[in-house]
Structure formats: C-alpha cells, structure tokens
Design a protein around this ligand. Structure first.
Ligand code: ACO
Length: 430
C-alpha cells in the first residue's frame, strides 16, 4: 500500500482510500469513494467530531496547541496590529489590502450602509423586547426581498460581490436598529464620515438630541472583539451557512440560517449565558464552589458556560486576548464589575479541578467577552448579536469559497434504526 493511502477492511474486502494533506500537515482520509467501493457502507460520526466537511484556505486552527490564524496571519498579530475592516478584506480576498484597496473597500462599505426605509416596518411589527437574535435572523433574510437579483445563483461575479458588500455594510445598521428598537429609542442613520466600528457605535449609542462622542477606548475594544470573532473555520453556524448555501440559496438566506445556528447556548448564545451565570452566582452570595460542583454533577443540567470547546483542548487563544482586554477596558473606563472578579475566581478554581483538567476544559471566547459588552453599555440579550456582527465576514468568505470551489449540495447519509417494512394497519384494527 502506498504511504499516501489508508487501508480499511469492510466485510472482508480491503479498500484503499487516498489521504489528503493540508498546508499545515493535517491529514484527512478521503472517503468519497468508500460507499461505491464497499457496496453501500458509509461512515458514522454524530456531531461530525472527526469529519472534515471541506478543504478550505481561509482559517487554520490547531485546538491542541491553541493556534488560530486567518489566511496565515495569527489572531494575536491581527488583534494587535490590524482593524476589523482590514480583516474583512483579508477574509474575503485572501490578502491584506494595500492603501488604495483599503480605501476603496472602506468607501464601498459606507456607500451601502443605509437600509431601505421599508425595513422600519418590519421593526414596527416585531415585539421590541423579543430576542435580538430572532430579529437579526429575520431582518437579514428580509434583505433578499429588497434585492431580488440576489436570488439568481448564476448572476455575474460583480453582482454577487455587491450582495456581499451590501450585507457587510448594512449589518451594523441593522444591529443598531435592533438595539434602538429594543430600547424604544429613535433610529440614528449611518454617518459616512465615521469609520465602520465608530459608525456602528454611534448608530447604537447616539441620540438625535445631542452630539455623541464615543470613547475611543470603547471603539478600540469593539474593533478587537470583532476581529477575534471574524472566522472560526467549520463551526456549527459556518457549517450551516455552507450547508444552506450549497443548495444555491441566496447569501442573505444562508447567513440568516447561520444566525439561527449561532443563537444556541452551546454556540454563540453562550456569551449571554455566561453573564447570566455570573450574575446568578453573585446573587446567590458568590458561592463559586457550589456552582463548580453543580457543573461536575452529571445529574445536574447546569454547565459552566464559556468553558469547553469542541476543538480547543488547550486555552482558546481568543479567550486569552479577551481576558486581557477586559481588564484593560474596565480599568480605562474606571468600572469595577464584580462579574469580572467572579469570572477570574471561577476560572482559577476550574483550571485546578481534576474534572476540568482531565477533560481539557478551558475558557472559550465567550467567557470574558460579555463583561466587555456590558461595560460598553449593551444589554445582555444583545451579546450574541454582537458575535454575529463579528462573524459575518467569516460566514460570507466561507459561503463564497464554497460556491467558487463548486461544492456539491450538502447531503449527509444516515444509519437507519427504525422499523423494518411492515403492512399498513387500518385504524379500526390499531
Ligand atoms: N461544564 C461542565 N462540563 C462540561 C462542559 C462545561 N462547560 N463542557 C464540557 N463538559 C464535559 C461534558 O459533560 C463531557 O463530560 P463526560 O466526558 O464526563 O461526559 C466532556 O466535558 C466533553 O464534553 P462534550 O459535551 O462531549 O464536548 P463537545 O465537544 O460535544 O461540546 C461544547 C463542546 C458544546 C462547547 C461544551 O463544552 C459546552 O457545552 N460548553 C458550554 C457552552 C459554551 O460555552 N459554548 C460556547 C462554545 S464556543 C463557541 O461556540 C463560540
């Protein structure tokens, strides 16, 4: 057998399967010929724990070493030296922009930042205190109604690119409108003289009654958080975007599905859950040990939200950066939040505890991010929407790559465990 093959024996028959090697030397077994070669045998992998669904050149992640990079650039360097607009460009185009490219890209983001006035009617119809993630998914899908050209999967490349730019440009406007609707405040229109993040913060926290100056400390922190959330290879929401897009559904519908997947508390919804958990511990007298014991108890559904990750079996590098940023932001804003103290104590206890150590459970991206969002003034229910704002360029880049590489429609197999064939029984005889 050649070294670049895997050999498996099924029902006494040996089948050679090719190995696929990535640029970071990761190895996959290409099982696409298994079913035909074996007479119908498939692989079974609930939760896709061992399944590579695609080859991708966007994001690299080594969960054992705690490494994350976008297009080859480490997340640490990007968080320190880049900005979110540049990272958007990088994810979509594969390279960092030069000055001219950057300026042209930023200009296009401002040109498309307004949403159709009719969008306000959707907000009027939505209960203002309904969960912001439900509103976001609906509003993003609703964009397809205003841009019917986007429904054509075979439209020219320039048209498709316009949809991507529209979505990137309108997302901050829509997220800010959700916040305003939630608070019962008047909407603030985009301001093209402001940068992407500053404009978002201005639309969110600005008021028509007075000039608003957003603290640069807050703008910087938000920029960093958006960079850290921008992509994370084939996670639950990104896989959903790819799956939906693989049927040639339009970009807005595909991303809207990703938003729904992100909403769940095991994924992006964990950032809301973390803060609720910290508040609950504080309200209960700060008895951290009690909650660590609950998390370890298999008969108790309680989990330590913000702990554990499907792929990181080491510290999530994003959590490391966010922990430092939360200290920095709260310090600069002069905020003393007991939730940060409880979070640090909880982390210290969990990292010493054999239950967490043996299962390699470390804080993930959601553990400290909510503390910063809270310091900025966001209500807890908005946290996952902010995650979605950051993840948007990743979803779009992955959707684009999926279409550019002509991926087939996503359609997993199954192992059937139901009844065997049986005759229909008339109702009178049941
Ligand atoms: N608290 C307590 N125990 C945990 C936790 C936790 N947060 N996370 C995992 N475990 C335990 C599991 O009970 C399991 O124990 P067992 O082996 O004794 O049965 C073991 O650790 C392995 O966990 P799994 O759930 O099998 O791991 P999986 O990869 O399927 O799940 C997940 C990963 C969903 C992130 C999980 O760790 C979790 O629920 N964490 C809390 C929610 C959270 O923070 N989600 C955000 C993830 S980051 C993101 O998506 C943006």
């Amino acid at each position: 057998m050649a070294e670049d093959k895997a050999l498996i024996k099924v029902n006494g028959k040996e089948i050679e399967l090719p190995l696929v090697k990535g640029t970071e030397e990761e190895i996959g077994i290409d099982i696409s010929s298994l079913r035909s070669a074996s007479g119908g045998v498939v692989t079974l992998d609930p939760g896709y724990k061992n399944t590579g669904a695609t080859e991708s050149a966007i994001t690299f992640l080594d969960g054992d070493k705690g490494i994350l990079s976008y297009r080859g650039y480490s997340i640490e360097e990007l968080a320190e030296k880049s900005n979110f607009v540049e990272v958007q460009y990088l994810l979509l185009n594969g390279e960092l922009p030069n000055k001219t490219q950057y300026e042209a890209f930023e200009k296009r983001l401002t040109e498309h930042s307004l949403v159709h006035e009719d969008m306000k009617k959707f907000f009027d119809g939505y209960p203002s205190h309904s969960h912001p993630m439900g509103q976001l998914g609906s509003m993003i899908c609703a964009l397809s109604a205003f841009y019917p050209n986007s429904l054509d999967p075979n439209r020219p490349e320039s048209d498709r690119e316009k949809s991507m730019m529209r979505l990137l440009a309108k997302m901050p406007t829509i997220v800010a409108m959700i916040y305003k609707n939630y608070m019962g405040h008047p909407y603030i229109y985009p301001n093209n003289s402001l940068g992407y993040v500053e404009n978002f913060m201005n639309m969110t926290f600005g008021m028509p009654t007075q000039d608003t100056e957003i603290d640069p400390v807050i703008v910087d922190a938000m920029d960093k958080l958006l960079i850290l959330h921008a992509d994370h290879e084939q996670n639950c929401s990104t896989s959903t975007v790819r799956m939906v897009g693989s049927s040639h559904a339009n970009l807005y519908a595909s991303v809207s599905s990703g938003i729904s997947a992100l909403w769940g508390p095991l994924h992006g919804g964990a950032n809301q859950k973390v803060l609720e958990m910290l508040d609950m511990i504080i309200a209960d007298g700060g008895n951290i040990e009690k909650y660590v014991a609950k998390a370890k108890d298999k008969d108790d559904p309680f989990k330590l939200f913000g702990f554990g990750h499907r792929v990181y079996k080491n510290f999530d590098p994003r959590a490391r950066i966010i922990k430092k940023a939360s200290d920095n932001v709260l310090g600069k804003l002069g905020i003393n939040d007991p939730a940060l103290d409880v979070a640090k104590k909880l982390e210290a206890i969990a990292l010493e505890d054999d239950y967490f150590v043996s299962r390699k459970l470390y804080p993930n991206v959601d553990f400290y991010s909510g503390i910063i969002y809270k310091a900025m003034g966001f209500p807890t229910q908005m946290f996952t929407v902010l995650f979605a704002l950051g993840r948007l360029p990743g979803w779009i880049a992955q959707w684009k790559e999926m279409r550019d590489t002509k991926q087939p429609i996503g359609r997993p197999r199954q192992i059937y465990t139901g009844q065997n064939a049986r005759p229909f029984v008339e109702m009178s005889k049941r």
